[in-house]
Design a protein around this ligand. Sequence first.
Ligand code: MSP
Length: 713
Amino acid sequence: MLRFLSTSPKTTTRIGRTSSSKSAFIGRAIISSSSSNASLRASSSSSSRFCLGKCYTSFSTSKAATVAATTRRSLLSSASPFSATSSFASFPRSNAGETVHSSNESGRRRKRYSIQANAGTPREECMVTTPIYYVNDKPHIGHVYTSTVADIYARYKRLQNMDVFFLTGTDEHGLKVEQSAEKRQIPPQALADENSLVFQEVMKANEISFDDFIRTTDERHTTQVQAFVEKLLKSGDVYLGKFEGWYDEGQEEYYTETKAKECNYESPISGKPMVRMEEENYYFKLSKYESKVKELLATSDSFLTPKERKNELLQRVNDGLNDVPISRTNFTWGIPMPGDEQHVIYVWIDALMNYITAIGMAKDGEAKQKYWPASMHVMAKEISWFHAVIWPAVLMALDLPLPMRVHAHGFWIREGRKMSKSLGNFVDLTVLNKFSTHYGLDGFRYYLATEGPIGAQDANFASSRVQEVYGTDLVNTFGNSTSRTTAMCVKYFDGVLPEKSDDTSKIFKGYDWKSICEKEAAEAVRAYENLELNKATQAAMRIITKVDLFITETEPFRMAKDPNEQENLGAVLYQCLEALRISACILEPILPNKIKEMHAGLPLYANVSDSMGKRLVWGGLKPGTTVSKLALFPRLDPLDENGEIMKEEAQAPATSNKPAKKSKTKVEKVYSPETQAKIDAQGALIRSMKESGKTNDDAEVAEAVKILKELKA
Ligand code: MSP
């Protein structure tokens, strides 16, 4: 029986998100400047304006020239399920249909302050960064998450054959580190060494594919930070000034008169009285760059993402930017101010500069300088102010190009509450390790990628969702479909794809696979570019669900019994395997190990150096290829919130106080392998429809349920 069913179900859903935001604050200074320049406000008639280029989405390998993708969908019907069709395009095009330009290095360097990212010119180099993590904290899900997101992006860019430099590291200076070390009666450097090593090990254990790990106590960093600050001193962008303001000792924060008054001169956190402080400090002339930063945020949609962040920051910038103190004298654990060693450089200036010291931007003839400007700084929202306001201003003052994109995602929260030391509700390393050991590194990465707070919203960590996402997408969809189709290839063709099975003229009505895969591949690439990781996975899952439906409709097990249907059987299996190959190539940045495992049973590309663009082109599998049966994702017991395997009683749905009904012995019906396969596919289809928000009242779902009942009857 051949039925035409058309659907594009979504396979993952998000669950309740609440938002919380921790705003970072750099004390607003009331300046009585000792520098000659009393005018601290920048004139808005600044001569060097931003040069915002036309916005392109760069999604291809940098070498790819303009490629047209003509999507032609054949809906030919004929007596045979197969009919002839026409050609297909070789490479997906960006959603906006822009021309993709080749790399233009000289153009990149020419424009000062230009937001090259926004000009979107694809290029050879791609620098991806995570924040550098504080060594006085223990690694937890937040750190692993941001690093995983950056890792996925870096892997994706490497698959596009870009020259990727992926940087991470540790932030090791500051009062808190000094105090923690004092408590333990060890030198701060010893504490930093110990904890930096923990972060390095965690990153390695999670297979974060960083190219460099920078530490702010590295000599290569400290000397260059001093060189940059010296440059700023010379240009007058850093000057010695007197700061007077209200200080919250507990929070180590300065407040403006207005804000302090609003709080009744008491700390909004501890309630303790604020202290009137006067401090001589070095200041960075942030005010000078106010109009440029405002323009940057206001005119670019891609410099700071998600867009909600942009609106938040613009509001703050519109309140005015005051100069910021960038040195401290109340502790010594930091980089000394050049020429005035009583001061140490403020930890945020020290930390932000890691992005340029790691690639030797203050050195002569350093080859890694080619990676600047960074393509992508990934972090969470609490530090977007530093990265999207302070950092661009510092770079402008240093006369360096601006990063192309700052992505500030939301927070992982737990049971609706922010994770914090005082609540003790972190998903800490021990728990994280239990999840990644149980579900496999890739299984857990998949959960982080699909359910994580990549956008503006926070995301709740829930063990039940880890189990659901793993079971639905990886076991029942990807794993099941791969194992069925490879098993059929082994059973019906001794594991060798038959001659001419790739015949492009054989198209089953409603299943123009070239077009389907091309469309989904383009969507996945678009999603990766935008860091919409869940959407990239959904594109792959849509293909896989469709493969299951295709099997249900074409009934290869029936064809296998009919000697006249052997060619069609070969074509059906080829199309299933080729569609699965493309789905796997889409998922590779997220599931690097599983995809390697899959490649051993079903070759996914001819050469490891083939770009993602090439891999995503229909027809990669060749007749004659040997295929072996794959079992990628085992079924697993659920874990509880602490990562312990749940006892069976706990797995059952919650019951009331009523005495349990006598259980009836349920006799499991046994179906033939063919029927069971159809039932599985139909079940997967219904699940995915429901996950995309449809209910039993939808005609499509009702029809699918009816078919399932018929199959089971
Ligand atoms: N040292 C600074 C960053 C300097 S970068 C020039 C810092 N370090 S941190 O150790 O506190 O790391 C903060 C980052 O860790 C966040 O921006 C985010 O990337 C990650 N996360 C920490 N907690 C998080 C969550 N609860 N959820 C998601 N990510 C979070 O700030």
